[in-house]
Design a protein around this ligand. Structure first.
Ligand code: FA5
Length: 345
């Protein structure tokens, strides 16, 4: 019995040493440790056999088993140190070989959306003309979307812009950026000149030139003795700047908007042709702005003395400007997830 246990002790030591030697990684070494030194490992198994020996034999084999345990732990720890060191060396080498100047292949970078690009250009143009940039809420009250703009409750002009009403009484998604007018007039000292780009919503069916959510911009200028010629000069200057054509002329047609009097529609000469093309639909003109002199009722509602002050306002679709500038055929592309389209800008 004692002989058999002593043989097993010698064999266990040899197998353990071979297995430890062969372990290539910390994980493999851990497997060996569990198999030999773990709670249910080989060493525990040998210890259990000690119970069947006589007291004299126990005195002989007991110390041998303890020696085996100490030896196994030493061998294990030595190997563990060795593996940890080579792991560390490998990591250091990897860091040394890492070339920070290498660029990654197929780098995917984002870019500014075409809306943002056009809005920034427009803002730069208006800031250079002395305007400041204004903003307003997209969730609005009927008061700011209609009443301050001379469109009382039940007035038929409310039907000119199909409205998304919310479930909260008198709340809506703004149908145009003209809502910013009263907000600004209530809070800004005169004279004032503001440019307000932003998102607007209309409860309309979509097609290639109409969306239910799109971008508009509003211009508002209030001072003493503001006239139609100030409006036309401003319109001409900004249209020339945005289409990068110094010789671009404009033309004016009568138009109806309840918040301006007189109201006009302003067209720009087609920047892309001289005798008609597909962009201007062979007319040589492109419809761009709704505009006019601010209606006295609008000034009055915002507490401005209409005897002393006058002003002009204009509004336009930013999508339309972007479509003309980049020859885009379908307005719905702007808000699609079509990366091929978006990547062009
Ligand atoms: C207005 O919204 C007026 N607030 C503009 C205005 C401001 C007039 C200040 C006078 C003084 P209108 O509904 O025409 O006007 O819209 C202006 C522009 O928004 C249009 O010329 C068009 O370019 C754009 N637009 C209108 N509806 C849509 C739509 N469904 N999809 C895309 N663009 C649209």
């Amino acid at each position: 019995m004692i002989k058999s246990l002593q043989n097993q002790i010698t064999q266990t030591e040899q197998t353990f040493e071979t297995d430890v030697k062969n372990a290539q990684s910390i994980e493999q070494l851990e497997h060996v440790r569990v198999a030999f030194l773990g709670r249910h490992g080989k060493l525990t198994e040998l210890m259990k056999q000690l119970r069947g020996l006589s007291t004299d034999d126990k005195r002989v084999v007991g110390p041998q088993l303890n020696q085996l345990k100490t030896r196994m732990q030493e061998v294990y720890e030595q190997k563990e140190q060795q593996l940890l060191k080579s792991q560390q060396d490998e990591q250091n080498q990897h860091k040394k070989d890492f070339d920070v100047t290498l660029s990654r292949k197929q780098d995917v970078t984002g870019g500014l959306h075409v809306y943002t690009q056009i809005i920034r250009q427009l803002e730069d143009i208006f800031i250079s003309m002395g305007y400041s940039i204004a903003d307003g809420p997209e969730v609005e009250t009927g008061y700011y979307n209609f009443e301050t703009l001379n469109i009382p409750k039940d007035h038929p002009a409310r039907d000119m812009q199909d409205t998304f009403w919310l479930n909260v009484p008198d709340m809506l998604l703004r149908t145009h950026t003209s809502t910013v007018q009263a907000h600004v007039m209530e809070t800004t000292q005169l004279p004032l000149a503001v440019f307000a780009p932003g998102r607007v919503y209309r409860n309309e069916a979509t097609d290639a030139s109409h969306n239910f959510m799109f971008m508009q911009a509003e211009g508002l200028f209030i001072d003493k003795n503001v006239s139609m010629s100030n409006l036309l000069a401003t319109a001409e200057q900004f249209l020339q700047a945005i289409f990068e054509r110094d010789d671009l002329s404009i033309r004016v047609r009568p138009g109806y908007f309840p918040f301006v009097e007189p109201g006009v529609e302003i067209d720009a000469e087609c920047p892309f042709c001289t005798d008609g093309c597909s962009i201007c639909k062979k007319t040589k003109w492109i419809e761009l702005l709704g505009a006019g002199l601010v209606h006295p009722n609008v000034l009055k509602t915002s507490g401005i003395d209409q005897e002393k002050y006058s002003g002009f306002a204009f509004g336009f679709g930013i999508d339309r400007i972007a479509m003309i500038k980049h020859n885009i055929r379908d307005i719905r592309l702007f808000q699609s997830s079509n990366l091929e389209f978006l990547k062009q800008f």
